[in-house]
Design a protein around this ligand. Structure first.
Ligand code: DNO
Length: 367
C-alpha cells in the first residue's frame, strides 16, 4: 500500500506521518518543480529517492512524468520532447524506479468544478457537475476554482499550465480522437525500448471525467478505448493505472469487468469511491462502499483475482477533522482509505486461500 506524496515543500502531509499509517510502506511521488518536457536529472531523482528512503519508506513509483502537450498534439518539437522523456526514463531506470504513471489528456488533467462541497457530516469533498462545466469558459477555470486550493498547487492545475489555456486550445483544433490516439501510440512505440531496457512499467491514467470536455478529445475513458491502446502496442511495459474514481465517472463503466479484462497490464491502482446525485453530478465520497455508488469489495476482489501485484493507493480523500491541506490529498481520510482497502485485501486473500473456488477468472485466462 502506498500514498501519493508531492515532495518537500509541496505537500501538507509529511513522510513521518505517512510512515505511521498501518500497512503503508511506500510513496508515489514526483519532481513537482519540473515542467512537462524537461529532463529529470539522475541527481534530482537520487535525492528524492534518498529523502523517501531516509524516512523509512520506499519510492514505489512516479506519478507523474507529465507528457508535454506538444507530444500530444504532435507539434514540430515532438521528437525532441520524446527524446527528453526517454532520457528521464533512463535516469529513473538507473535509480531503480520501475513504475511511471502518466496521462494523455489534452490541456487539462482531471477536472472538478468544486473543491470543497460540504456534505451532511460536515466534511468537504471535490465534486463535479456537467452544468458547471458547460457554463464555464475554460480560460477562466483556474480563476473560478483557484481560491479553494488552500494555498497549495494542485497537480494538473498549475498556474503556468492554466496561463496557456487559450494558445493550447488553438493547437488542438485539428486533433480528433483518432489523431490523439495515433500520437499516443507513436509516443509509446518510441519509449518502449528504454522501458524494456530498464523494466519500466508505463501506466496510463484514464481521462477524468470519462468524456470529452470543452470540445477536447478524450481517448482513455472505457474498456474498449483502453484495449485499443493496449493492443496497438502489445508490450507488458505499455500498461494501465486502474483508477476507480476516473473510469467510474461514467456509470456505463463496469469497473470489476475492466479490471478482469486487463490481467498483467495493470501496474498501478487508484482505489476510491464516488457518490452520484445524478449521472451529471458526482462527489468524491469516503472510500467505504456504503458511502458511494461503487462496490469496493468487488473492485479489490477483481484486482486480487487477476494477481495484481503493483502498488495500490487510496485516492482523493475528504477533508475531515479540521484538516487544511491540498483538496483531495489530506492525511486523515486517505489514511482511513488505506486501512479500509488493506482490510478488504486481507479478508479476500485469506478467504481465497481457504476456498480457492472463490477466485473468479480473468477475462482472457483459461476458464
Ligand atoms: C488526480 C490524479 C491525476 C493523475 C494524472 C496522471 O488526482 O489522479 O492528476 O495523477 O492524471 O498523469
Amino acid at each position: 500500500m502506498t500514498l501519493r506524496w508531492y515532495g518537500p515543500g509541496h505537500d501538507t502531509v509529511t513522510l513521518e506521518q505517512i510512515r505511521q499509517i498501518p500497512g503503508v510502506t511506500g510513496v508515489i511521488t514526483t519532481l513537482y518543480d519540473t515542467k512537462p518536457g524537461e529532463v529529470w536529472s539522475q541527481e534530482a531523482i537520487h535525492d528524492l529517492k534518498k529523502t523517501v528512503e531516509d524516512a523509512g519508506l520506499n519510492l514505489s513509483g512516479i506519478e507523474s512524468v507529465n507528457v508535454a502537450d506538444e507530444i500530444k498534439y504532435a507539434g514540430p518539437n515532438r521528437d525532441k520532447l520524446i527524446d527528453n522523456y526517454i532520457e528521464t526514463l533512463e535516469n529513473l531506470g538507473k535509480e531503480d524506479i520501475h513504475l511511471v504513471c502518466y496521462n494523455f489528456m489534452p490541456v487539462f488533467d482531471w477536472t472538478r468544478t468544486e473543491l470543497a462541497r460540504k456534505r451532511p457530516d460536515g466534511s468537504t469533498v471535490l465534486a463535479y457537475t456537467q452544468e458547471a462545466v458547460d457554463n464555464l469558459d475554460p480560460d477562466k477555470m483556474f480563476e473560478s476554482i483557484g481560491s479553494d486550493m488552500n494555498g497549495t498547487v494542485m497537480p494538473g492545475w498549475e498556474p503556468e499550465r492554466m496561463a496557456q489555456v487559450k494558445e493550447l486550445f488553438e493547437k488542438y483544433k485539428d486533433v480528433d480522437e483518432e489523431t490523439l490516439r495515433e500520437n499516443l501510440i507513436y509516443f509509446l512505440k518510441r519509449i518502449m525500448p528504454v522501458c524494456d531496457k530498464y523494466d519500466i512499467n508505463m501506466a496510463i491514467h484514464p481521462d477524468d471525467p470519462a468524456w470529452p470536455i470543452f470540445g477536447l478529445p478524450r481517448i482513455i475513458t472505457n474498456k474498449e478505448q483502453i484495449h485499443k491502446v493496449m493492443d496497438a502496442v502489445p508490450n507488458k511495459h505499455n500498461g494501465v493505472t486502474f483508477c476507480a474514481g476516473s473510469y467510474g465517472t461514467s456509470l456505463k463503466n463496469d469497473l470489476p469487468d475492466i479490471i478482469r479484462s486487463l490481467p498483467g497490464r495493470i501496474h498501478f491502482a487508484h482505489v476510491r469511491n464516488l457518490k452520484f446525485n445524478s449521472p451529471d453530478d458526482f462527489e468524491e465520497a469516503a472510500h467505504l462502499s456504503s458511502d458511494g455508488n461503487f462496490d469496493m469489495y468487488e473492485i479489490v476482489k477483481a484486482l486480487h483475482d487477476i494477481g495484481f501485484d503493483g502498488p495500490i493507493r487510496p485516492d482523493h480523500g475528504r477533508m475531515i477533522w479540521g484538516e487544511i491541506g491540498m483538496p483531495g490529498y489530506g492525511l486523515y481520510d486517505r489514511a482511513l482509505g488505506a486501512t479500509y482497502i488493506n482490510g478488504l485485501w486481507e479478508a479476500i486473500d485469506k478467504s481465497e486461500k481457504k476456498c480457492p473456488e472463490l477466485k473468479e477468472p480473468a477475462e482472457n485466462s483459461e476458464k
